[in-house]
Write a protein that binds this ligand. Sequence first.
Ligand code: UT7
Length: 329
Amino acid sequence: MKARIIGTGSYLPERVLTNRDLEQMVETSDEWIFTRTGMKERRIAAEDEFTSDMGAAAARKALEKANLKAEELDLILVATLTPDYIFPSTAVLIQNELKAPQAAAFDFQAACTGFLYGLSIAKGYIESGFYKNILVVASEKLSSIVDYKDRNTCILFGDGAAAAVVSGNGSGLAIREICLGADGEVAELLMLPAGGCREPASIDSVAKGKHFIAMDGKEVFKHAVRRMEGAAKECLEKANLSEDAVDWLIPHQANKRIIDAIAKRFSIEDEKVYKTVEKYGNTSASAVAIALDELILEKTINEGENILLVAFGAGFTWGATLLTMESDG
Ligand code: UT7
């Protein structure tokens, strides 16, 4: 049995936060943000709109596209670093919202690489014959962990969700090859310092702003380019494909300069590199998944065409996934 993505969906909150808005909040400029990141705006969830709500909204669209009922799901996986609660998982909240009581459900965390890690879990379960239909959700309310007084980080992140139904039945994007990696030695370069068991929430941790994203942007940038390039090349090698067999490249949407650097090292034309970074910024685990859904909505993906997803995030974690459009059989 082959695991294929038979339906995708995404959800972006209504509220738009523009570079001009950010100019009113911190010492920055539209020009600086656009030239350094390629971002113009990002979406921000409403106060009463949470990771589970956005994930469920994206999931409903993915199920509709897949022509599958929520009751037919065997497993719901949620990639997020901004869960509604530390526990219970956001996956069980989505399971309840979707009314899929028979589905098992759990969250996992691989930061911005989450969607790719999720596809690998789904592929394993389906191709081993353990489950038939799996919903992989990536959903983030990053605005809940961003310090809107810190110009180094607040310009970068946005909220949003996407979902993919992965099944052993039906036509769609075969999850053909996956390469994943991690390096915990540099974990402190991008993290949320407090709120875990090392430093539980306290008056002091809140006063010191330790519940916000802390990042050494310059260092992260260098690792991101190197790791995504490496993962993409390794994935193609494993699939025995050359770079020109890639019809679409979807890199993590963290910074247009990072995307351009990968595209250049990868010798792929700019028109084949799909980007949402200008309008949504970095939505962590959701970024590649939202871009995949929008690509599918916008373009016709023909039989045999290849889409290469590549991502990088806190941990560090990274990965590449090769998808090929295939008919059932
Ligand atoms: O999703 C996980 C992956 N995340 C990433 O991949 C993020 C990777 N990093 C980046 O995208 C970039 O490093 C940033 C966009 C975060 C920063 O761009 P940069 O070109 O590396 O700028 P920088 O950090 O070297 O800062 C250059 C200058 C500094 O001023 P000084 O020290 O040279 O006087 C910063 O203080 O720009 C200043 N700066 C800003 N100026 C205006 C930093 N942020 C801003 C800002 N507006 N928002």
